[in-house]
Design a protein around this ligand. Structure first.
Ligand SMILES: Cc1cc2nc3c(=O)[nH]c(=O)nc-3n(C[C@H](O)[C@H](O)[C@H](O)COP(=O)(O)OP(=O)(O)OC[C@H]3O[C@@H](n4cnc5c(N)ncnc54)[C@H](O)[C@@H]3O)c2cc1C
Length: 387
């Protein structure tokens, strides 16, 4: 058994850590100012410049196959990289990545959607959730009716990340009402914005608001079906499963930075003639947070490692996401508490992290849904206790 990182993993981690410290963290004050004025934290141009800098440092397409010019780092290295990016709240990601399911497209689809996405020329969004179907995704009612060589899509999607500025959407619609909710009933379509769907931003407590998408008789050519007719749910699950471990990975980095802030503050703030760091109440908050960050890290790396082995990592990824979501929220709350009134101000970024980390317990499967699937695996014996 090996718990340490390999030399290569340490080298990549340190390079990304240095990049984040030198290039990303200096943007934090401006990012906060922009967000508080209702603008995006970093402009599209700033993001592009940062991604170009990262590319010259060798970081582009961290998950992209080598034949597409990417680094193909694999899930474990991806978790290590995202943990470093999570140390800053600046919404930065390396360029050159695309939704995994687009690699399942036809050659023509790859030319029109995958390659421009990798080049940063187009933006995508993934739309399954509807006003009446979130956790229960099989209850979607958005429909795609066949007419000649095309499909006509009608319905509404909600909470779609990047829905406001995406150029195209991977949208999931019912193509066979009889089989709705089962294999054969739902299909994924690639739909350009100029085919006629509309988006409306949704104001949330977070900084990157999602959007509602409306499809009103949107005509989509048959060749825009992604994958097989009727087998959209498999693609949706493939998209969600590939990304699940990445959410806790980023949260680990955020919690590490927050804990450092809490520890630094405790070492400098005195009350009643003693430093906060000398109070047991504060020490326990720091100790509990450190233990939980360690556990989050191990669960996340295990979920990534299982995926890298080509084995089913769904149970492990659910555990990592559930635990990290719950614990990251407790940790940011403790760090805010250690800072007292200052923690509650907008002068410090803690409240921003507080709002952002809250989302982790909701999207890509809520806490309750993760618990449901973990319990189901145990109760049905799909996963052996102690294995
Ligand atoms: C900022 C943001 C970004 C998002 N991005 C996307 C995106 O890009 N694409 C996309 O398709 N979707 C996206 N979503 C949607 C997200 O995945 C859903 O909000 C989430 O799956 C929960 O669905 P819901 O909001 O309809 O809640 P519901 O399913 O209505 O659940 C409400 C509450 O009931 C609980 N609950 C539901 N069923 C059960 C049960 N069986 N047992 C016990 N408790 C239960 C839930 O856990 C939750 O606490 C995003 C959401 C947000 C907030």
């Amino acid at each position: 058994m090996e718990f340490g990182l390999s030399e290569e993993q340490v080298a990549v981690r340190d390079t990304v850590r240095t990049f984040v410290r030198r290039e990303v963290m200096p943007l934090e004050a401006e990012c906060l100012r922009n967000e508080r004025a209702g603008r995006p934290g970093v402009s599209a141009e700033q993001l592009r410049q940062l991604q170009d800098k990262a590319r010259s440092a060798g970081f582009w397409g961290i998950n992209t196959p080598e034949e597409y010019g990417g680094m193909a780092l694999g899930p474990v290295m991806t978790a290590i990289v995202l943990r470093e990016l999570g140390r800053s709240f600046v919404p930065f990601n390396f360029g050159g990545s695309a939704d995994n399911i687009l690699y399942r497209g036809t050659e023509e689809q790859k030319q029109r959607y995958l390659l421009p996405l990798l080049a940063g020329e187009r933006k995508s969004c993934f739309a399954i959730t509807e006003p009446g179907a979130g956790s229960d995704a099989r209850a979607i009612t958005t429909s795609a009716r066949k007419e000649g060589d095309s499909y006509v899509i009608n319905g509404e999607k909600t909470f779609i990340t990047r829905g406001t500025d995406a150029d195209f959407v991977m949208v999931f619609a019912v193509t066979d009402k009889e089989k709705k909710g089962a294999d054969g009933g739902v299909t994924c379509f690639l739909v350009d914005r100029d085919m006629g769907w509309k988006s409306e931003p949704i104001d949330t407590m977070g900084e990157w608001g999602p959007a509602a998408l409306v499809f009103d008789d949107v005509v989509v050519p048959e060749e825009n079906i992604l994958g097989e007719l009727g087998y959209g749910f498999r693609l949706a699950m493939e998209w969600i499963n590939a990304g699940r471990f990445t959410l806790p990975a980023r949260a680990v980095g955020s919690c590490e930075r927050l804990l450092q802030m809490g520890s630094d503050y405790a070492n400098t703030r005195s009350t009643f003639g003693q430093l906060l760091s000398q109070r047991q109440a504060i020490q326990w908050m720091i100790a509990d947070s450190a233990v939980e960050i360690e556990a989050m890290t191990l669960l996340t790396l295990k979920a990534a490692w299982l995926l890298e082995q080509g084995t089913d990592n769904r149970h492990a990824a659910s555990m990592a996401k559930l635990y990290a979501g719950v614990k990251a929220n407790e940790i940011v709350d403790r760090v805010l508490q250690i800072h007292g009134g200052m923690g509650y101000t907008r002068e410090l970024p803690i409240e921003r992290w507080y709002r952002e980390l809250r989302l982790l317990r909701i999207y890509e499967g809520t806490d309750e849904i993760q618990r449901q699937s973990i319990a189901r695996n145990i109760l049905k014996g799909n996963v052996k206790i102690g294995s």
